[in-house]
Each structure stands twice: as C-alpha cells, then as structure tokens.
Design a protein around this ligand. Structure first.
Ligand code: C2O
Ligand code: CU
Ligand code: CU
Length: 461
C-alpha cells in the first residue's frame, strides 16, 4: 500500500494499525521535537468585547503559532490532538516526502482525538508558507486552524523586521459567535464568504514599526473562500515573491490578487515620519476595506529598498517543454449529485463539483484511483480547463509548477503551488514529476474541495 508513514510501517500493516496505534504513539512521543503544536478548542476574543466560543487552533490559548524553519535544515514538529475529533496537518507548499504531507488515507491515518503524530522533514525551498488541517477541513479551518509557516533563506536578504500577516475571515454574527459555516447554495457557486476580516486574529490591527526601516510583510491568505486584490497604501512597497517564489522583477504592491492558499512577500519601506500612516487594503468590487495599519515610530533608520539583496531562486526543476506530455484536467460540476461517503474527516453532505467528471468520494480509506499517473523525473504540461462560471484556486501538493499560458490573459512565468483558474479559463502549467507519491490536487475554496473538486496525482518511482 503506498503512502504509509514510517511509523505505520514500523508498527504493522494497515489492517492492524489501530490496535498498535498506542504503541506507535508512545514511541513517537518519546522523541523530542523542534516544534510543538497542540490542536485545541478554545474561546477567544476576535471582535472587541466578546469571547468567540468554539474556536479551534494549533495552540491552547491563542492563534496558531508562526512556525520558522531554515531552508535545507531538517526539522520536526510534534502534533498533539486535543480536539474531540480526528485531524491531520498539511504543510501547504512544502515539497517534502509524501509520508509527511498530511493527507488522510493518502499519506497517513488521521490523528485521532488524544493521539499524537511526529512530522519530520527538510524544506527544500525558502519563503512564506502555511499549514492547516486536511480532515474536517472546512470546519477546522473556519474555526481558526490556519497558521503561517516561514522557511528562512540561507542568505539573509537584509530586512530590519519580518512581519507575518495571517489574513482570513471568520463567519461571526453580531454577537461575535459563529454562524453556519457555509450555505449549500454558495458551495455550489463561488463559496460562502466570512463576515469579519482579520489579520493575525485581530480586526484592523495597528503594527508599530521603526520609522525608515525595511520590513518584510508576509501576506498569507488562509481564508477558506475569499479571492481578493490587496494593496499597500501610503508607502513605497514592492512585491518580491508570490507563493514562496521570488519574482524576476519586484512589482509595486498594488492590485496583488491572492486566492485562498496564496502568499505574497512584500518589501515595505516604512515612512520617516510618525504621522504618515500606511495601510493594507483589501479592494472590493465597489469599495475597499482597511485590513491593517502600520505606524512609523521613533527616529528614522533611513534605510533604502535598494539595499536589499534579491532573493535566490528556489531549486524547483524547470520542465523540458519539448518532451513534456500534455495531460488535461476538466474542472466542473458533478454529473451525479450523490452525497459523499461518510468519513471521520467530515463531509458537507453534498456533491456539487468534479475533476474529469469524477467527484471526490470524501476522505475515506482507499483504494482510491489517481486522476493521472506520472513518471518520476519526467516533464508534464497540465492543461487545466475550467468549464464552470466560478473561479477555482487549483492547488497541487508536493510539486511546484510553472504558469505557461491561458486562453484569457497573459500570465507571468510564476512558479507556484496554487493557481487561480478563472471562470471558463484554460491554463497550461508545467512541472517535473520529481517527488514520488500520491499528491492531493484540489480547489482551495474548501467548500468546493469538500463537495467533489478534489483528487490526486500519482508519481510512480
Ligand atoms: Cu493547502 Cu490540500 O491544501
Ligand atoms: Cu497543500
Ligand atoms: Cu473551486
């Protein structure tokens, strides 16, 4: 059986796994980890004056911690599940071994309530990433379980400060409590939006920054639904990387379109004077909203954006387009409306979407058929065809891909793990299948993912 974790292999075959889980669990806990995450229920103040009940986090008493790793250095994370349901952690954007990818039944068993799992990997790429559950994903993410993860470059680019910004909404009513997490009629269209916008779990926070300094803003859109355009107003700011990969040329931080799962690294030169306010703005169709403010404080450090070293490219192999096989994937509605299978990783109770006319059955024990089989080391062009009137941020685990072309617009040659596929758009992307295993491939509007728009690619070694 493919994709078993090392621990499961050590402690027996899949069939007897649960009987041995306690043994494997104890053995893995005995080893100290570099980082610890505790999946927890909690009440926490999001809107002023009230505690929001029934939140979920990777920490018992606040937002998920920012995890920091070093490029090319092995690290380990001990995850303990203090929820009263199963979960699993996925490291979005990291090109690591399949057994550590955190997808239930594809790469490991769900971590049951009360159990632990030790993840261990070496991040090959530097940049801004994030982590989230892949089990009961809509509910657990909607209630708070989305965290920012940073892999530091071997060579320091020269910023004075580094500021991760975890951008997401919560669906709260006027009393500050959760309202229904989704509506079926929205799940069948663009998805259900949140009602309260937050940055690092705060509504419109003010970050005090040293005047005249150079700050690396790490925007991570960890929302379950919202596609938006972001802007830094009031200062000189340049986008230097998207989805962890450096841009060939820094771009002004205006109209930066990010969909769920995407990140932008922005180099900000803080103004010299305390009265010059800077803001992070989310642009909407007819208006805009300030998500966070940055206040210059103290005497100016007099830094200059030109003093920054450009970021080194990540070691993502370049596809050989002259020998690449083309594979087509069609994203659309589901031909059948059957409810997904019951799973300990939750179901929304509906099937609306499909890939290649097949709806994902739910996170259930296999055997499951891959959407396609790729050969290790070979180059491929994935032709992503959206035949629906909605946008879909398409995400592939384990492998990064390069944007090639679209029938609707000119694409920058970005390397990414998540690409926004517009309504009725056909987009070609290229990759080298250099990481063996079963890699989840899905829309990152979680309602779409959980109602059929998911599957996986198998890279055979
Ligand atoms: Cu960030 Cu399978 O997802
Ligand atoms: Cu991912
Ligand atoms: Cu979608």
């Amino acid at each position: 059986m493919p994709g078993l974790s090392r621990r499961e292999v050590l402690f027996g075959t899949a069939g007897v796994m649960s009987a041995f889980a306690a043994g494997g669990f104890a053995a893995s806990q005995a080893q100290a980890s570099d980082h610890a995450l505790t999946m927890s229920h909690l009440d926490h103040g999001i809107v002023p004056g009230t505690l929001t009940k029934d939140m979920m986090s990777f920490s018992p008493d606040g937002p998920p911690p920012v995890l920091r790793f070093k490029q090319g250095e092995r690290t380990s994370i001990g995850v303990t599940n203090h929820l009263d349901e199963a979960s699993v952690v996925h490291w979005h954007g990291l090109r690591i071994a399949n057994a550590m990818d955190g997808v239930p039944y594809l790469t490991q068993y769900p971590i049951e309530a009360g159990q632990s799992f030790r993840y261990e990997f070496t991040p090959p790429d530097a940049g801004t990433f994030w982590y989230h559950p892949h089990c009961n994903t809509l509910e657990q993410m909607a209630r708070g379980m989305t965290g920012v993860m940073i892999v530091e470059e071997a060579e320091d680019p020269g910023f004075d400060h580094d500021l991760p910004l975890n951008i997401r909404d919560f669906r709260l009513g006027g009393d500050g409590q959760f309202i229904t997490l989704f509506k079926a009629r929205n799940a069948a269209r663009g998805g259900t939006l949140g009602t309260v916008s937050t940055v690092n779990w705060h509504v419109d926070p003010v970050f005090e920054l040293q005047a005249g300094s150079l700050v690396r803003l790490r925007l991570a859109v960890t929302d379950v639904t919202r596609v938006g355009a972001y802007e830094i107003a009031g200062a000189d700011a340049r986008v230097i990387a998207i989805d962890s990969n450096p841009l060939p040329m820094p771009l002004p931080a205006r109209d930066v379109v990010l969909s769920p799962g995407q990140r932008a690294d922005i180099a900000l030169r803080v103004p010299d004077r305390e009265e010059d306010d800077v803001s992070l703005i989310l642009k909407k169709k007819f208006d805009q909203k300030v998500l966070a403010r940055f206040a210059p404080r103290g005497p100016s450090a007099r830094r200059d954006l030109g003093e920054l070293k450009s970021l080194a490219h990540n070691p993502v192999p370049k596809a050989d387009l002259s020998n690449a096989e083309v594979m087509e994937f069609v994203f659309g509605w589901s031909p059948e409306g059957d409810a997904p299978q019951v799973s300990i990783c939750g179901t929304l109770g509906y099937t609306f979407w499909s890939i290649n006319r097949t709806a994902w059955p739910g996170d259930v024990p296999g055997p499951l058929e891959p959407l396609a089989r790729l050969k290790l080391g070979k180059s491929y062009v994935l032709r992503l065809r959206n035949e629906s009137p909605n946008d879909h941020p398409i995400h592939l685990h384990g492998v990064s891909f390069q944007l090639l072309s679209s029938n609707k617009r000119k694409l920058p040659p970005l390397v990414t793990d998540t690409a926004l596929l517009l309504s009725e758009e056909t987009m070609d992307v290229a990759l080298v299948a250099d990481n063996p295993g079963d890699w989840a491939f899905h829309c990152h509007v979680i309602e779409h993912q959980k109602t059929g728009l998911a599957g996986f690619l198998r890279i055979d070694d």
